[in-house]
Ligand binder design. Structure first.
Ligand code: ADP
Length: 541
């Protein structure tokens, strides 16, 4: 007969995280730059009390467990209260990316069937445009106080602080099944309509535990953590959960994400640890280097969302900031791998260590991965064979929200990324399968080409896309934004590739532009670039 373990069966609920922070890190601070223009500070104890009031207010508005509540908001304390208030009461916190097109936002709000949408003042014009297309939303809540409410909004609005003030906070977080839905994120949907990943309390709590581990993000109560990655981009990579879980001080930068504003906040609040996509660090690095600045406390950062160019990793290292390259996706809550050295790597020569640190890294416990060929057969872990990357685990998606087609293949989720895995389990993304350049049946990694280009001192940003070639089908075209005040020619750039990549990988041409379009999550928008250059005639054609 099966013998059951005899331990308590406490459900893994999101409310337990903020309850823990409020009880054991009561006076630890949360500092937010808010849309009102000032810096707001309070503690985990204050945050939990107000999150309870949010839960009470939602109850008073008639929100039921399982119903979706949307947010259009920056990283800030009110957004954090909504994260916990909504999920904590058993409703679903649906973070929406405000940088999407209004039509996409309306589609997402309607598809999710959001009952209420909470939004930062910045997004009032957006809400006014979108609201008429979202007939099922019962109310739009502006996240500010009465004094900052607009007098002449085009849609009826509720005031966040009024809702909070009407409650007494006398509320006990309910207990329920840990498998209930807690939160919802849509992928930005570069092709087709956005699709929703519906997380559960269990998947979120497990992801928070795992991502806080030393060889994952490595969060500690002694840290001061500033997520630059927005709370609308896969829940800021889980930091709004893992930071209170470990009891670190949390700094939320609001809408000001330019280099100068970030630097000021990093210094003033003594930030030790941060996380963001590569394009964010471009801005910060430019500001710091142009003004000969140093970081006094900032020592580690996670870079993910797209490949961190080796030149960026070195530039941050030169400022005493360790880069932890990480990989994941919305469908994975998002963390899959992180890149840290093993003890046996410590004595390797610097170049060999760097080669490892440039990879996307090893899985964190809970995630399992494999690479497969076109027929689905598993490929060897030799660091050379590349194939489609598949994953599985308790915080990996099984089906998209309100979509009957299963994305899984034999119980594995195909990521859409192409990767290698080496003997030690370090995974390296070759490309997104739709971005890889197929030159005469052979593949060229657009990421590798971009990494070389990014190391050229006159290059600010570089994207490598495929351009039509009559003989090879596709050949690489390098699209470059020059660094302000610096010059480089096409010939100089192409010569820079010699010896760094195989000869046939060297791009056929360079196109200089003033700007590379970015996606709503701050990644280079290659789909748009390919469209922009679809009639481009390569000189080699
Ligand atoms: P969105 O494109 O909507 O922001 P995700 O954040 O879920 O969606 O994007 C996930 C994808 O981002 C991955 O499948 C992968 O292609 C890419 N990605 C994430 N992290 C990295 C990384 N460190 N290096 C290369 N690509 C990455």
């Amino acid at each position: 007969m099966a013998l059951m373990g005899q331990m308590m069966s406490a459900p893994l609920l999101i409310s337990s995280i903020i309850k823990h922070a409020a009880r054991y890190y009561a006076s630890t601070e949360i500092v937010s730059r808010r849309t009102e223009g000032d810096l707001h500070r309070y503690t985990y104890r204050d945050c939990e009390l107000r999150a309870r009031k949010v839960a009470q207010a939602l109850g008073a508005l008639g929100v039921q467990q399982g119903e979706r509540v949307g947010t259009l908001a920056w990283n800030g304390y009110r957004h954090l209260e909504i994260y916990y208030g909504v999920s904590g009461m058993g409703a679903v916190c649906h973070t929406i990316n405000p940088r999407l097109f209004p039509e996409q936002i309306a589609y997402i709000v309607n598809h999710a069937e959001d009952r209420y949408v909470f939004f930062d003042a910045t997004f009032l014009p957006l809400v006014e445009g979108v609201a008429p297309h979202c007939p099922n939303v019962k109310g739009w809540v502006m996240m500010t106080d009465r004094a900052h409410m607009p007098a002449d909004a085009k849609v009826p609005l509720l005031c966040y602080e009024d809702l909070i003030d009407a409650q007494d906070g006398d509320y006990a977080w309910p207990e329920f099944d840990e498998n209930l839905a807690s939160s919802l994120c849509y992928t930005s949907g570069t092709t087709g309509n956005p699709k929703g990943a519906l997380y559960s309390h269990r998947s979120t709590v497990l992801h928070s535990y795992a991502s806080a581990l030393p060889d994952a993000l490595g969060c500690s109560a002694r840290d001061v953590i500033l997520p630059v990655v927005p709370m609308f981009h896969v829940n800021a990579w889980g930091l709004p959960y893992s930071v209170p879980l470990v009891g670190a001080k949390l700094v939320l930068p609001g809408a000001k994400l330019d280099g100068a504003s970030l630097y000021e906040l990093f210094e003033q609040e003594k930030v030790t640890f941060s996380a963001g996509v590569p394009t964010v660090w471009l801005g910060l690095l430019q500001h710091v280097n142009a003004n000969n600045l140093k970081f006094s406390t900032f020592r580690r950062t996670v870079i993910g969302g797209s490949a961190a160019p080796p030149a960026m990793i070195r530039a941050l290292e030169a400022l005493d900031v360790e880069v932890i390259h990480a990989w994941g996706m919305t469908e994975m809550s998002p963390l899959g791998t992180s890149c840290k050295l093993l003890a046996r790597h410590e004595d390797l020569p610097e170049d060999a260590r760097h080669k490892i640190l440039e990879k996307q890294g090893r899985v964190i416990y809970g995630v399992d991965m494999k690479i497969v060929d076109g027929e689905g057969a598993e490929l060897p872990w030799d660091g050379k064979a590349f194939g489609d990357l598949y994953v599985r685990g308790p915080w990996v998606i099984s089906t998209y929200f309100r979509n009957d087609n299963t994305p899984l293949v034999d119980g594995w989720f195909p990521t859409g990324d192409v990767a290698t895995i080496d003997e030690e389990g370090y995974m390296q993304i070759t490309d997104r399968s739709k971005d890889v350049i197929k030159s005469g049946g052979e593949w060229i990694s657009s990421i590798d080409i971009e990494n070389v280009a990014a190391a050229h001192p006159a290059v600010h940003m570089a994207a490598c896309i495929s351009a039509f070639h009559p003989k090879w089908d596709e050949r690489p075209l390098l699209v470059v934004v020059r660094r302000p005040g610096m010059d480089v020619t096409r010939e100089e750039l192409l010569a820079f590739f010699e010896g760094k990549v195989a000869k046939w990988w060297i791009p056929d041409d360079v196109a200089f532009v003033t700007e590379i379009p970015l996606t709503a999550t701050g990644k280079m928008q290659k789909l748009k670039l390919r469209d922009q250059f679809k009639d481009y005639k390569l000189p080699t054609a």
